[in-house]
Design a protein around this ligand. Structure first.
Ligand code: NAP
Length: 264
């Protein structure tokens, strides 16, 4: 399939480009900085230039012309309230409009676990970020597009080795960016998906197998920790995350950001 990845130079996006190419898709990667096309081309994708803060629906339409699937994995990454509104809230709505104009059927949108930060003292910036992520979900859900909306927990750079707990409702935790990329890559070309919202957190099941079960409407959602196995947090996650995970497991308020978290 022909796929445009918006957020192609990010932690998820970079890994997604390679996975999509390995699966035989033709891929375009949107970037905003002059030094970025080299990395995108090295991953086997075609670089397309654009800053999504200033891009209009017309601009997104030009960037996406000829594509069959759009993936939105960009994010303002804690760069301030205005940029969060423009990047995490406005841009996905413009991408929806461009997809509808072009007759593109499928949009994959990286959202966020709605329970993220529940045990934190939440900052106004984080609240705003979560509201904008929700605004994007609503724009996509209100469209006629086939959509896949993964809602990952706190993102970390490594860990999990492709294992996770994708499901319709799972406890919020951490998840590696590479695992999110696997979920997206597995959904891009899969026929039959119309309207899917997937919570995504760490866990023990290879995500490909867990996703197959979800697509067939089968299987139990594996619960990683927090409900059935309250203390398994000790064994899970990158070292930096373990005290955070333990604190969540044991119901303590966690101050500050989770390790690896960039938003808010
Ligand atoms: N951090 C978390 O814990 C967390 C949890 C749940 C969901 N999420 C969501 O997961 C998604 C991706 O996460 P990630 O870790 O891969 O993010 P990331 O590494 O910060 O990457 C963000 C991507 O968006 C691009 N971008 C940002 N502003 C842009 C602009 N104005 N024009 C064009 N491109 C722009 C970045 O480009 P540059 O390389 O030029 O900066 C980069 O490619 C985001 O939607 C985020 O909200 C994050």
């Amino acid at each position: 399939m022909k796929v445009l990845v918006i957020g192609a130079t990010g932690g998820i996006g970079r890994q997604l480009l390679s996975r999509l190419r390995a699966d035989g898709h033709e891929v375009r990667g949107l970037h905003r900085k002059p030094e970025q096309p080299v990395g995108i081309a090295e991953a086997g994708a075609v670089p397309v230039s654009g800053d999504i803060v200033g891009m209009t629906v017309d601009d997104f339409t030009r960037a996406a012309e000829g594509c069959e699937v759009l993936v939105f994995s960009a994010g303002a990454a804690g760069s301030g309230s205005k940029r969060t509104t423009a990047t995490d809230g406005d841009a996905p709505a413009k991408v929806v409009a461009a997809a509808e104009r072009l007759g593109i059927r499928r949009l994959c949108l990286v959202s966020a676990c709605p329970e993220a930060g529940r045990q934190h003292a939440r900052t106004p910036g984080f609240e705003h970020y979560m509201a904008e992520k929700k605004r994007a979900d609503v724009a996509v859900a209100a469209s006629g597009l086939d959509r896949v909306i993964p809602r990952p927990g706190t993102l970390v750079h490594e860990g999990g080795e492709g294992r996770g707990s994708p499901g319709l409702a799972v406890p919020c935790g951490w998840v590696a960016r590479g695992t999110v990329a696997r979920v997206l890559a597995g959904r891009v070309g899969l026929p039959g998906i119309r309207r899917e919202i997937l919570d995504l957190t760490h866990g023990v099941t290879p995500v490909a197998a867990a996703l197959d079960a979800v697509a067939r409407g089968e299987g139990r959602t594996p619960v990683a920790w927090g409900i059935h196995e309250p203390c398994s947090c000790r064994k899970q996650g990158p070292r930096a995350f373990q005290s955070y995970a333990r604190a969540l497991c044991h119901g303590r308020t966690v101050r500050g950001r989770a390790p690896g978290a960039t938003n808010g």
